[in-house]
Design a protein around this ligand. Sequence first.
Ligand code: AMP
Ligand code: ZN
Length: 477
Amino acid sequence: MAFRLYNTLTQELEVFHPLQGNTVRMYTCGPTVYNFVHIGNFRTFTFQDILRRWLRYRGYQLNHVMNVTDVDDKIILNAAKENKSIEDYTASFTRSFFEDAAALHLEQPEHVAPATKHIGVMVDAIEKLAAKGCTYTSDGSTYFRISSFPQYGKLSHNDFSGIRAGARVDVDEYDKADARDFVLWKGKKGDEPSWPTPFGEGRPGWHIECSAMAMQYLGGTLDIHAGGVDLVFPHHENEIAQSESITGRQFARFWLHSEHLHNESQKMSKSLGNFFTLRDLLKEGYQPEAIRYLLASVPYRKKLNFTFEGLKAAARSIERLRDFELRLATSRFAPGCDGALSERSREAIRQFEEGMDDDLNTAEALAAIFEYVRTINTAIDANKFCEDNRWEAAKVLEVFDSVFDVLKPYEAKVAPEGSGTSNGSGITDADVEARISERTAAKKSRNFKRADEIRGELLEVGITLEDTKDGVRWKRK
Ligand code: AMP
Ligand code: ZN
């Protein structure tokens, strides 16, 4: 069976293939860096990591962009409270996010795009919308007129035909089924950070960053757009309205949404205060691989209730697999090969693949592995397992671990709270990528002075850049 994914847009399981060639163009909504990211957020990012790995297992290459929201109401408020610029305030939380992600063995997207480094493309996008008559200005802010996009509601499957034209909203999140014209550009208030534009000094609304950056890096039509289920409305609905109004084309073919991590039957969230950060759990002595396993083990479209019992059970499951791996590696077996057990190993891989192909059904995939381990342990006890069955069993574990990545103990890499950096140079790979994107954007707009400054700043922290015909390569000194 082919690889199928549930598409929120069509409300159906659909066979997945990229639109062009072998590369999957994917955009995922990243963190808002106003605090430490919690493990609820990491459930969504873990799902995206599992998706990346399964796409690769199925032979595809990835071009994945993730944004970092580094300007919004909360950031501005918190930075002001601490008397910091928003750059200083968000830099340490951005670093912490990537350290935590690395501690959970989450792969880095090919591009990390901080919003404040992409104001130019957002301004361009808003100007295009204005030229098409989709915007209006009120009190110095620019709004998207949703009545200009008759398909509004197609992702969240809400019927907005009775909306009140002209009702507007300035905040980025609002009630379900309450469609209102949303803000694209917020007019400057007080001494908030702001950028000059032809339509006034101000700062972007939240939704425009994702449309503008996705299209900048990936073109008009993405293969996959993903995020947590709370983003379906209004954020992703608004992204569609913005992007499709600009291009006249479908913005994303597959929309994937992961369900929430709950704590005591309530969504884990910063605003409710019922959250744990990764650092909270590591400080208590829990292993990052157990946290990753727990977050990945329940299929992404099902709610997952976080409990410490569940976390301990995850650690025990990993232990069982590691014991099995050790037993395989260290036991002596009779020479030869048991044909039925060879077939059993192939069957285990088939079942694992069937589970993952079925909309990333990780529970099915895990069940296949544990069932297999039980069978093989019994066969070893009965002296049926032979020397040439050993590598076949190792292959089953290798396939499992190419997705779950929990068999080898992790090095604990998370720095103590607030300390910030993950390596000697004080700059993470993600930061380097972000600076390179900024430099590329500066060159594109012929701001060569700025581009050279960025190269110089990176050199100062030991990063050298090389411009090649395939893009920018970089290395640490
Ligand atoms: P934020 O930093 O709030 O912008 O959220 C980053 C990502 O985490 C988004 O895709 C959210 O949908 C997702 N998210 C937020 N809370 C949870 C939760 N409790 N469980 C799973 N995902 C979440
Ligand atoms: Zn987004």
